[in-house]
Write a protein that binds this ligand. Structure first.
Ligand SMILES: Cc1cc2nc3c(=O)[nH]c(=O)nc-3n(C[C@H](O)[C@H](O)[C@H](O)COP(=O)(O)OP(=O)(O)OC[C@H]3O[C@@H](n4cnc5c(N)ncnc54)[C@H](O)[C@@H]3O)c2cc1C
Ligand code: SF4
Length: 337
């Protein structure tokens, strides 16, 4: 491992202050915050990430970073809350089951105890060519070098939101819940605090796959907010190679409000099939205000994947992704509101 500096600032403002003057993209920034370290330290050991300075944020004194609280119709979750603390929270299980479902189907109990939600949404792709530096071609790791996955083993790769430069999937689960709930992200940057929609956090690869988010150097995620009250009828279906401790081949988070038999409001987010947490807007548009039947769900899923692009080994993700949408919608419909 390469040498690095290690800082333990006392406050969020002090942490952000340490970030000034560092490199211009979050993922390759020489200055990295450490939450649980479960992604970052792995990638440092593999020599994929090479930060010059680690800023440990687990000891920050700001209480709101560790709190889960409701303020009227708004739910707020601090960025240092662990995955396990949120998935064990009874209010979350009752009012926002999709937040719990995406977490308890992610990683392992040990990892969930360590990992924080701020770091969770910034975890990096599991593309094997990205994680193994003996492969020289990876535009995400080494911009302009090419992409070994295009004509390589691409079974795990994306079919939606891809570009000619990168087809890596966004690997996480919880982000799909935040997309389905139309959540916001609170950020503290060198210019002060700001709030953006969670859907604006991740960038599709385009011609610059190494720039994965819209964060600026030093931006610290301080929390997440979900507006608009509870979504008791919300759920997550995750399809994977093993029953636990594996990333999704396809997944769907659904948040649903019914009016009789009709889907009064429906939000769908897909994982495992796309380069970013994917809002299935085409499917939603076909379902909203109409009776929610299996036939309607199937037609909506067909529409969502109409423009999907498969490579040699991942075409199975298209029918799998459609079936996952249908299953998640039917599961959400069957829930008690
Ligand atoms: C074997 C294994 C299996 C896994 N399986 C799954 C799975 O099935 N589903 C799933 O969703 N995840 C899975 N994960 C990933 C795991 O959920 C993430 O590693 C974890 O959530 C990251 O959180 P962390 O706090 O450890 O982040 P860290 O590793 O500390 O940080 C990750 C990145 O985020 C940055 N960062 C951290 N906190 C902040 C902040 N507040 N503001 C700005 N930047 C920040 C860091 O600088 C770093 O770049 C798995 C991981 C492993 C090792
Ligand atoms: S798919 Fe993306 S991450 Fe994987 S090798 Fe290609 S450029 Fe790198």
């Amino acid at each position: 491992m390469r040498p690095f500096d290690y800082e333990t600032p006392p406050t969020a403002i002090a942490a952000v202050g340490l970030a000034e003057g560092f490199a211009p993209s979050h993922a390759t920034s020489l200055n990295q915050y450490v939450g649980g370290g479960t992604t970052l330290l792995d990638l440092m050991k593999l020599d994929v990430m090479r930060p010059a300075r680690l800023v440990d944020i687990t000891r920050l004194e700001d209480k709101r970073l560790r709190q889960v609280a409701k303020d009227g119709d708004m739910l707020r979750i601090g960025a240092l809350v662990t995955m396990s603390a949120l998935s064990d929270d009874r209010m979350i299980a009752r009012d926002y089951p999709v937040l719990r479902d995406t977490l308890w189907q992610a990683a392992s109990a040990q990892l969930r105890n360590m990992a924080r939600l701020g770091g969770n949404v910034l975890q990096r792709t599991r593309c094997p060519y990205f994680r193994d530096t003996t492969y020289e071609q990876c535009n995400k790791r080494d911009p302009g070098s090419g992409c070994a996955a295009m004509d390589g083993f691409n079974r795990l790769h994306a079919v939606l939101g891809t570009s000619g430069d990168c087809i890596a999937t966004y690997p996480g689960d919880w982000a799909q819940a935040l997309i389905a709930l139309d959540a916001n992200v609170e950020i503290l940057g060198t210019e002060g605090p700001r709030v953006i929609r969670f859907a604006e956090l991740h960038r599709a690869p385009g011609a610059t796959p190494h720039i994965e988010t819209t964060l600026a150097p030093g931006d610290l995620i301080t929390g997440f907010t979900v507006p608009g009250g509870p979504w008791p009828r919300s759920t997550y279906v995750k399809v994977r190679d093993r029953a636990s401790y594996a990333f999704a081949n396809a997944s769907a988070a659904v948040a649903l409000r019914m009016d009789g038999d009709a889907a009064a409001d429906v939000r769908i987010a897909l994982g495992g099939v796309a380069t970013v947490p994917w809002r299935a807007r085409k499917a939603e548009a076909l379902l909203k205000g109409r009776p929610l039947t299996e036939e309607a769900a199937t037609a909506a899923a067909e529409a969502e994947f109409a423009d999907a692009t498969a490579r040699e080994h991942n075409a199975f993700k298209i029918p799998l992704g459609k079936a996952t949408i249908v299953r998640a919608l039917m599961q959400a419909k069957a829930m008690e509101a």
